[in-house]
Design a protein around this ligand. Sequence first.
Ligand SMILES: [Ca+2]
Ligand SMILES: [Ca+2]
Length: 263
Amino acid sequence: MALVRVLFFIICFMPTLSIAQDEDPDFDYLEPETGILWTWKRFGENIFRQAAHPESYEQAKRLMYNDVQDAQSLYCGCTLDLASRKFDASACGYVPRNDNARAKRVEAEHVVPAYWLDKFHLGQSCWIKAPECGDARNCCLAKDARFRDAHNDLVNLVPAIGELNADRSNLLYGEIAGEARQYGMCDFEVDGTTSLSEPRPDIRGDVARIYFYMADQYALSYPANVKSMLEAWNAADPVSVVEKERNERILALQGHANKYVSE
Ligand SMILES: [Ca+2]
Ligand SMILES: [Ca+2]
């Protein structure tokens, strides 16, 4: 198994080049032209240079399913079969709001939504449709290295039931009055009137710490009310063992991870 993982790793990241044995394998290098953080990995006798970020969204999703391996869906805590990207809805009391295909499958969810990776950024916006690149997200991915790294960062990417990924869309997190159960026993609410989505208390600290990391890493700035809510969520739901283990797997894959979880 270990050999398979090493081979997978080498194939994914092979890119790259080997370096002399006497170079420091812990050396990290931020390439100014691209903003890519390079790191060095040793496999047996060889040392390889590895991009610290997945190079595409497809690769990021593959890594999330195969190597980060969160076995629970973010919003409902349903046990997932990551190989088939399916789950047993009845085992966790999930009842689809609309009985559609996405309610049956697992998808990759951005905790800080892709749209907000641009809108919370204080610099120039890339969120503009254009004939040569397609919709706004694809144009950002094609034209903006900061956005691409943020979009494909494994810290921000979690498995979720497809229907919730769709219903949440670009809604920010917040606290919604009352406890409507729109998805059976799953404790996740969306509210079109306030444009908010409310995660269950058990994961509020997890998502807050992901927001903190994304702000540091990708120059995002949140409104004061969002910031104070995230700080309260962080305090009320401290770092768990499961969260730390996930963070360590991400660290091994992309060379850095979330200091708000590891420290
Ligand atoms: Ca509520
Ligand atoms: Ca938690």
